[in-house]
Design a protein around this ligand. Structure first.
Ligand code: MG
Ligand code: ZN
Length: 262
């Protein structure tokens, strides 16, 4: 059913943002800053926020299934019920996503980083291209992500129902869900030879695989007080990269900028 070639999927997921993996605009070593979306760029989890459009009992019933069925199945069922039972179309879902607030200081630090010529930004997220595209458009910041947006592709069907497809179907990594291994995305970016150094910014367990793939010269920026930070006691010694912890975008800017311009 999802027999779409990977490159097509990638171009589909990148197409709303215009640029993606285009030719590099300036020569020399480049740094890539890869940023997670939920609870890293936006304060809330976008899937939980959209599920709030359902009546509480239905939402709770579906949320209870997340540990067993995963997030992709969760959002698919949320969207199906919103459209089928409550006549909530993709425009209303988009409106809900657009209302999500940014983590304080995050818009500023992303704009600052995007201005540095030897640096590119990308998003690596298990949300989807529709949600991320809506939110970036709301703030007119699609153009900041020259490195692309790696996420589950989504499309609006003729009926108006929003459909989210898996980014990939993988069984190699048991740290990650079958629809997306963030570590494999980081490996591809490393192997592309396009970037000298990678910096990864994230908050949650689904970012652990990504930061475990980073090398000594790379940097993991872990949001303090969130899930991934809690995992560091057990997994910190498995990381080869350097680590910095941040609470909001202001602190991230303060800690990260000296590492980039040094
Ligand atoms: Mg997150
Ligand atoms: Zn993985």
């Amino acid at each position: 059913m999802f027999a779409i070639s990977r490159s097509l999927r990638l171009s589909r997921c990148l197409s709303p943002f215009g640029r993606g993996l285009s030719a590099s605009s300036s020569p020399g070593p480049r740094t890539l800053v890869a940023i997670d979306f939920d609870r890293t760029i936006v304060e809330q989890d976008s899937y939980l926020a959209v599920s709030q459009l359902l009546p509480t009992s239905q939402r709770k019933e579906l949320q209870d299934q997340i540990p067993k069925c995963g997030w992709l199945s969760f959002i698919s069922q949320v969207l199906q019920r919103l459209h089928g039972e409550h006549k909530v179309n993709s425009a209303s879902v988009g409106k809900r996503v657009r209302s999500l607030t940014a983590v304080p200081g995050m818009l500023r630090v992303m704009r600052q980083l995007a201005r540095i010529p030897e640096l590119e930004l990308c998003i690596v997220s298990d949300a989807n291209s529709f949600f991320i595209g809506e939110w970036l458009q709301a703030y007119a910041i699609e153009c900041l992500f020259a490195g692309g947006v790696f996420t589950n592709p989504a499309c609006v069907q003729a009926s108006g129902e929003l459909l989210v497809l898996p980014y990939q179907e993988q069984t190699d990594c048991d740290l990650c869900p079958s629809n997306m291994c963030k570590g494999s995305v980081m490996d591809e970016l490393t192997c592309s030879g396009r970037y000298e150094r990678l910096i990864y910014v994230g908050d949650s367990c689904n970012d652990l695989c990504a930061i475990k793939r980073l090398r000594q010269k790379d940097v993991a920026c872990i949001r303090r007080g969130f899930e991934l930070h809690g995992k560091m006691t057990a997994h910190g010694q498995e990381l080869a990269c350097s680590v910095l912890t941040w609470r909001d975008g202001h602190e991230l800017e303060e800690l990260l900028m000296p590492k980039i311009v040094a």
